[in-house]
Design a protein around this ligand. Structure first.
Ligand code: P6P
Length: 337
């Protein structure tokens, strides 16, 4: 009955995290509780994103919904849901969101030991055309017990305890690492549970895809320009790479993680620090890539070694298959000489 037991032995994300927790006897289950609240937020956003299209179609949304309330933009709504879920978990003390200029310091009575940095709905400009979007998050342990200050979240990405994203696409997929590899869970709407569907994800050592917005070519620096040229006109007689660019980071990174290849958001003359944000885009995706056997590079250093100076800081990023990132690191190193 091996097959049967597989079907009935549902590995939900909650059970997976509980198994992880049992590896830390000293743990009081706080992390499990925190994660269950993040999962709740993802389930809510998944429903709202799927309804958004329909609501627009049948005119429910427009400017107001059936209750005549002002229809909130989905990213604003998602942000409110995550902030409320994280505060009510009683396990957080500082929250940094792409949607909020200032960090949220949780009121003392509800404070816990974790700091969560997140983009509640990255790529939301793609909603109207049905392209996959996602939530990206990273979790730090608060550095010291005192009054929570921002330096608890201005930590290098290598200090993260966990990171993940939830992609709202043809299915709702949550990819998570708690520091011992990467696992993918797919929402079963009939159960309302995330089920383990992609155990122990490992990114191919080398890929055949490069992912960059070629519209910025005229602004690239030499190493990036040289690398992209090599993808198109390989000197070693190998076949050119394919270009795949969705323009939604969660979708581009998810494809890179599963199929291999490299995702680039380089610096350019217009934006010398690139476009993507360090805390809640670059760090979580870099954390996942390293955990899956890939790597992530800023053009100057290992992405996870970066120490951010402000909570919305940006950085260039090159992440994906180990060998592909190694090639662009060599081009930047040659530039340094
Ligand atoms: P560009 C979406 O707006 C986003 O923040 C990321 O999800 C995506 O990778 C990037 O911007 C796309 O930027 O400049 O190529 O449109």
């Amino acid at each position: 009955h091996e097959a049967d037991s597989h079907r009935t032995d549902l590995m939900t994300i909650t059970r997976y995290v509980l198994n992880e927790q049992s590896r830390h006897p000293e743990s009081r289950g706080d992390f499990t509780i925190l994660l269950s609240h993040i999962v709740l937020g993802c389930k809510f956003v998944c429903t709202a994103v799927n309804k958004a299209g329909l609501a627009k179609l049948i005119g429910l949304a427009g400017e107001t919904n059936v209750q005549g309330e002002e229809q909130k933009k989905l990213d604003v709504l998602s942000n409110e849901v995550f902030i409320k879920a994280l505060v009510s978990s009683g396990r957080t003390c500082i929250l940094v969101s792409e949607e909020d200029e200032e960090a949220t310091i949780v009121e003392p009575s509800k404070r816990g030991r974790y700091c969560v940095v997140f983009d509640p709905l990255d790529g939301s400009s793609n909603i109207d055309c049905g392209v996959s979007i996602g939530t990206i998050f990273g979790i730090y342990m608060v550095k010291d017990g005192g009054e929570p200050t921002l330096d608890n979240v201005l930590q290098p990405g290598k200090n993260m305890l966990a990171a993940g994203y939830c992609m709202y696409g043809s299915s709702c997929t949550l990819v998570l690492s708690t520091g011992t590899g990467v696992n993918g869970f797919t929402l079963d709407p009939s159960l309302g549970e995330f089920i383990l569907t992609h155990p122990n994800i490992k990114i191919p050592k080398k890929g055949k895809i490069y992912s960059v917005n070629e519209g910025n070519t005229k602004n690239w620096d030499a190493p990036t320009a040289k690398y992209v040229e090599k993808c198109k006109f390989p000197k070693d007689g190998s076949s050119p790479k394919s270009l795949r660019y969705i323009g939604s980071m969660v979708a581009d990174v998810h494809r890179t993680l599963l199929y291999g290849g490299i995702f680039l958001y380089p610096a350019d003359k217009k934006s010398p620090n690139g476009k993507l944000r360090v805390l809640y885009e670059v760090f979580p995706m870099s954390f996942l890539m390293e955990q899956a056997g890939g790597q992530a590079f800023t053009g100057k250093q290992r992405a996870l070694d970066l120490v951010p100076k402000n909570i919305h800081e940006r950085s260039p990023i090159f992440l994906g298959s180990y060998d592909d990132v190694e090639e662009i690191k060599a081009l930047y190193a040659a530039e340094e000489k």
